[in-house]
Write a protein that binds this ligand. Structure first.
Ligand SMILES: *Cc1c(COP(=O)(O)O)cnc(C)c1O
Length: 234
């Protein structure tokens, strides 16, 4: 059975940059007196093809992040045949006309950010009998070009998703402005989650995962530190 290749007990050594990230997480968790098991590493495989992803799958990494529905659809159904335990997280903006495909393909969506999308997702979850983990994206930097609910509208939007649509909101997600201290944004996201009784925090990337873990991240999204820099990012 080839799916045995995805086994956390094999987690290692076979992939040096993954092992390095694992060591950083272990150290940050220890420093924050948190358990490694409370932090999910999402390997962000966007722009990388199956040849780059397979070694990471073989090293035992389970969770993967993609930012485009079409790209994920082209790569993952084939990979999942071989690595059936792999889990997929959508971490990029979602258009309502792709919501049905996203619900069918992904195990978690980190970018629920507006009432219209929330409504369509609720309908798709019902129709497809799917139960995904959903994260509401908060635009903590209030950047006009970035998606996410505004911090001052977060409580109302969270309540709308949970009470009105009965959506399984498990967490909040943020993507801090590149030129600002991320800790301020991690602290704000944690505060909004606490006052709304939400457990999971999707925050922290290659450059700031230690800080995110210190502020309570339960899901860190790490691309470059595992896969390197993709041709498109050079
Ligand atoms: C690409 C991406 C990441 C990973 O960023 P790195 O700096 O490469 O670790 C994390 N989150 C989101 C939303 C992304 O688009």
């Amino acid at each position: 059975m080839t799916s045995n290749a995805v086994d956390p007990r094999n987690r290692s050594h076979a992939h040096p940059s993954l092992a390095e990230v694992e060591a950083r997480i272990a150290e940050a968790a220890r420093a924050a007196r948190r358990g490694r098991g409370d932090i999910t590493l999402i390997a962000v495989s966007k722009t990388f093809d199956s040849n780059d992803i397979i070694p990471v799958l073989k090293a035992g990494q389970i969770d993967y992040g993609e930012n485009r529905v079409q790209e994920a659809k082209a790569k993952w159904p084939e990979l999942k045949k071989q690595f059936s335990r792999a889990k997929l997280h959508l971490i990029g903006p979602l258009q309502t006309n792709k919501a049905a495909e996203a619900v069918a393909l992904f195990d978690a969506i980190h970018t629920v950010d507006r009432p219209k999308l929330a409504k369509v997702l609720a309908e798709e979850l019902r129709q497809q009998h799917r139960n995904l983990k959903l994260f509401i994206q908060i635009n903590t930097g209030e950047e006009p070009q970035k998606s996410g609910a505004r911090p001052d509208e977060a409580d109302e939007f969270i309540d709308y998703c949970q009470s009105k649509l009965l959506l399984p909101i498990t967490g909040l997600m943020c993507l801090p402005p590149i030129d600002e201290e991320p800790a301020l944004h991690f602290a704000l996201l944690a505060k909004i989650a606490t006052r709304n009784g939400i457990a999971d925090l999707s925050m922290g990337m290659s450059s700031d995962l230690e800080k995110a873990i210190a502020f309570g991240a339960t899901h860190i999204r790490v691309g470059t530190a595992i896969f390197g820099t993709s041709p498109g990012q050079l």
